[in-house]
Ligand binder design. Structure first.
Ligand SMILES: Nc1ncnc2c(CN3C[C@H](CCSCCOCCO)[C@@H](O)C3)c[nH]c12
Length: 229
């Protein structure tokens, strides 16, 4: 019996999902709230971690180790890097990296530390379900590399760094930490984002304007995927 974790980082990313459910049981744990529902014969635990890699790691680990989730889906927004990604567009991650992980002083590549991997791959099976759902719903979904770092990127320079070092198509602040947790605990995971800005000097304004609508784009697609699980 699958027990599904559905995670976001901000309340705005999870709120559109919670609106699909009733009979929600709330558990307070480790300075956060975990929402438990039953949907389509699935037990689901929903939470938003709060912003950044540390909070996302705590929430992903809690959903797996305390709540017993065996599959994790992430829904949220991201900054676009690939010029073909426009605000509102959906991207699913093939693999993820940490663009701010840096021990290059010792000759290692950006994003690498001993014992780790630069890129962590998502579940191919879950990606295939997502692509089937996208096709059935005539939705355009981009598939690519997502880079994660503990900073809101709002400059051409940092955007270009992330693109050049990792060939990343989008960036955010949580996905790669969720990836490391799930990969280490052998939990299939899937990272879905909708573009809210393009990580340039206007990113802050665009983010404020498009967070809600892009979060909804992601949430509405994620629910369709959940219905196929
Ligand atoms: N350009 C960008 N750079 C990095 N990440 C992103 C993302 C993805 N999410 C959104 C959110 C931004 C954190 S600041 C939010 C401001 O809070 C407002 C309340 O004060 C964080 O959880 C990562 C969208 N555009 C991005």
């Amino acid at each position: 019996m699958t027990k599904l974790a559905i995670m976001g980082a901000m309340e705005e990313e999870i709120e559109p999902l919670l609106s699909y459910f009733d009979n929600i049981k709330i558990t307070n744990y480790a300075d956060n709230k975990y929402y438990e529902v039953n949907y389509n014969g699935l037990e689901i635990v929903i939470a938003y971690s709060k912003i950044g890699k540390v909070f996302a790691s705590l929430t992903a680990s809690t959903m797996i180790q305390k709540f017993g989730c065996d599959t994790l889906l992430f829904s949220g927004v991201a900054g676009g890097i690939n010029p073909s990604l426009k605000i509102g567009d959906l991207i699913i991650a093939d693999k993820l990296c940490q663009h701010d992980l840096d021990i290059t002083a010792f000759g290692h590549p950006n994003g690498y530390v001993p014992g780790g991997k630069i890129f962590v791959e998502t579940s191919n099976e879950l990606r295939e379900v997502a692509k089937k759902v996208a096709q059935e719903n005539k939705l355009d979904v981009f598939e690519g590399i997502i880079a994660t770092g503990d900073q809101f990127v709002h400059s051409k320079e940092r955007k270009e760094f992330v693109q050049e070092k990792f060939n990343a198509d989008a960036l955010e602040m949580e996905g790669a930490s969720v990836a490391v947790i799930c990969d280490s605990l052998n939990i299939p995971f899937f990272i879905l984002r909708a573009i809210s800005d393009v990580a340039d000097m206007d990113a802050g304004f665009d983010f404020d304007e498009f967070l809600k609508s892009s979060a909804k784009n992601s949430a509405n697609f994620l629910i369709k995927i959940v219905e196929q699980l």
